[in-house]
Design a protein around this ligand. Structure first.
Ligand SMILES: [Zn+2]
Length: 341
């Protein structure tokens, strides 16, 4: 089968179109003919090498949508030809973390396309329990744009930050995949959304998704704009994933007793916290890593009902994965980039 894979770590040039064997499925497994797979910054980190053991040559791609091509012995309730998503987060389903719906803390937790082979290929395989049926409500490219970003945004806001109706939520990097999901999750819960992005074009999209206050950080001081929009109070929740470049500004935007939740470090992992400010204002800083299966199923239900909608920036043929990743790294993106085999 055709796959865009790499046999050694490195920059874009290690990505090559390869002819690799079609995955062989065993009992309880499903072979999916890939129709679309969405990109994540994680793909780039894995390609460069972040110290985790991965299969080589490696096929990236964490968010795969397609149709079932084959089912292994013992698979029940799934049929060849059915439209499905492969769950990006996969865990044991038996340990105490899994039982508490904290799947991403499971010792066996993996992300498809990171520790296993992903969807930048004609076929991908998964355990039957990680194969989730989808409707025709959206195209394959649109479905592929959903799972990782929405489950992460849901976990960040509902679980880690304790989102409540009426909260003021500041979404950093509002034009990104997780940012556009964050806006929708916050709005759906009845929160007021303030959006920060690098261009008016991205902010226009944020407004369409329900953001009320739009802050272009190239031309506006973020903390001042947030104070002005909140009667000097600051935001109840700051939704962060940008990392070092905007951490200081993000912390300054919190109101007393505010909660900052982060799932990323795109611009760098090392940040500073002024402890005096942190404890006197009684702030909370939480980390979030993906989310649970139950949170994913809840998000998919809301996508199905069109309360959440995918935001697709662009679609590339699989062979142009290099160009697609290059576009993502330039951060000129609004929503998700998807490739199709
Ligand atoms: Zn587990």
């Amino acid at each position: 089968m055709r796959a865009m894979a790499f046999a050694r770590h490195g920059e874009l040039d290690v990505l090559e179109l390869m002819d690799l064997p079609r995955p062989e499925i065993g009992p309880g497994e499903v072979l999916v003919e890939v129709k679309a797979c969405a990109l994540n910054h994680l793909d780039v980190w894995v390609r460069r090498g972040i110290g985790t053991k991965i299969p080589m040559p490696h096929i990236g791609g964490c968010e795969t949508a397609g149709v079932i091509a084959e089912t292994g012995p013992g698979v029940k309730g799934l049929q060849v030809g059915q439209r499905v998503l492969i769950s990006p987060g996969q865990s044991c389903g038996r340990c105490s973390w899994c039982n508490e719906s904290l799947d991403s803390l499971c010792p066996e937790f993996i992300i498809a396309g990171h520790q296993s082979q992903g969807g930048f290929a004609e076929y991908a395989k998964a355990r039957a329990c990680d194969v989730l049926p989808i409707s025709q409500a959206w195209s394959f490219a649109e479905w592929a744009a959903i799972p990782l970003t929405f489950v992460t945004a849901w976990n960040m806001l509902h679980h880690r930050a304790g989102l409540r109706a009426g909260d003021t939520v500041l979404i950093m990097g509002a034009g990104s995949g997780v940012g556009t999901a964050g806006i929708q999750v916050a709005r759906q819960a009845g929160a007021r959304v303030l959006a920060v992005a690098s261009s008016d074009e991205k902010l226009k999209k944020a407004a369409e998704l329900g953001a009320e206050v739009l802050i272009n950080y190239q031309t506006t001081d973020i903390a001042r704009a947030v104070r002005e929009a909140t009667g000097g109070q600051g935001a109840d929740i700051v939704f962060e994933h940008v990392g070092a470049a905007q951490w200081g500004a993000a912390m300054k935007c919190l109101r007393r007793n505010g909660r900052l939740v982060t799932c990323g470090a795109t611009t760098g992992p090392k940040v500073e916290i002024d402890l005096r400010f942190f404890f006197t204002q009684q702030l909370v800083v939480s980390g979030a890593y993906m989310g649970s299966r139950s949170e994913l199923l809840r998000c998919l239900e809301l996508v199905e009902r069109r309360e959440f909608r995918p935001v697709v920036d662009s679609v590339y043929p699989l062979e142009q994965l290099r160009a697609a990743q290059e576009r993502m790294e330039q951060r000129a993106v609004c929503g998700k980039i998807v490739v199709e085999p």
